[in-house]
Design a protein around this ligand. Sequence first.
Ligand SMILES: Nc1ncnc2c1ncn2[C@@H]1O[C@H](COP(=O)(O)OP(=O)(O)OP(=O)(O)O)[C@@H](O)[C@H]1O
Ligand SMILES: [Mg+2]
Length: 411
Amino acid sequence: MAGQNIVVGLDVGTTKVVALVGEVDDRGGVSIIGVGEQATQGIKKGSIIDLEGVIKSITQAVEKAEHMSGCHLQTAFISMSGPHLSSVINKGVVAITNKEKEILPEDIHRVLQAAKVVALPQDKRIIHVHPRQYTVDGNEGIMDPIGMAGTRLEAEICIVTASATALQNLLRCLQRADIQEEEFIPASIASAEAVLLPAERDLGCLLVDIGGGTTEFAIFDQGRLWYTSVLPVGGNLITSDIAIGLRTPVEVAENIKVTHGCVIPDLMPDNEMVTVLDMLGKGSKQVSKKVVASIIQPRIQEILTLIRNELKTSGYRGMLPGGMIITGGSVLLDGLVELTSVEMKLPVRVGRPDRINGVSEATQGPGYATATGLVLYGAKQLSSLQAAPAGEKFLGSFLNRLKHLFQDFFD
Ligand SMILES: Nc1ncnc2c1ncn2[C@@H]1O[C@H](COP(=O)(O)OP(=O)(O)OP(=O)(O)O)[C@@H](O)[C@H]1O
Ligand SMILES: [Mg+2]
């Protein structure tokens, strides 16, 4: 990376790759100084199906961001998605053995390592660990135990796993694109970083990022990640439904969806029409916007049913008083907030990544939630490392290097 205070987020999505360059100031504030976006080739429903296409897309997005920021980008926080992602809860416990019985950063590291010892299928790798709470000598619900006195430290963590082959394929693409990963972050966690309010996380909320090929799902409770998964559905299905339903090329269907898409047919007057080209692109016909909405609605209802089922599968029994926050490019469909609220019986709002400096209107759209969240996540890591005392800083970077060297052993 060019400077010490530069953080790069690389969102490798199904429809677009976004490289965002953030500059972090002394108080931890972040300004975006570079944006590179490239249509993705070679990813279907969150899974890589063509290495060369993905390498090209990453390289081009990175080059654009380099050009705009004037920085040479070497490392990045990278998003990870796909239906192979899943989460499990596990606990670890260690004894505090130093003379003062004070909990030190290395004890946190030890207890997290202990909690990471979990029997995983051979083809799964841990990509992310999210502490849910610590317990010190039986006192539960502690968020930051460093500096506390105690003899027994317990950690409850949410472990996110990914398919080993999917991870290897992404690593291969990054290597060929000359980008080294700082960390892989599940796209849901990154989007949450950009759009959730602390009060929503505390109360208990559901975050759903509806992209092109996937829908990321995450539950937060008491400020922490409770569960995350990925559904293999997204806005691209709506586009193909329109293409099939109106017998028109996919590009025309996409344009109709983005320009006139609505999920509630009753909101559309009968007499408003759109021009639909035929398959050859020569002839055209007029179709009412109500008909377009009646093609979109069942698909959205299907996606909402899958989300409701996932909520049941998660085992979460809370009432989600923080509501449901929807983000991702597909939530720009008219009427989606209203329909989702009725179907899910929850308060719903659109999450936009607009709490960051230096972004244009385009990058404040919900499709940029993941990329922005990656930069914010990275900025937090950078700030906490810089705020740490020299010894801890050394330990932090040492552990980080070890993590990279022995990734497989740690996992
Ligand atoms: N104005 C709009 N109205 C409806 N849908 C839209 C609009 N703008 C973009 N979309 C849809 O959003 C989807 C892309 O969303 P997003 O950019 O969040 O996806 P992604 O991150 O590349 O993919 P994924 O998260 O699935 O890997 C596409 O299906 C696109 O058609
Ligand atoms: Mg996405």
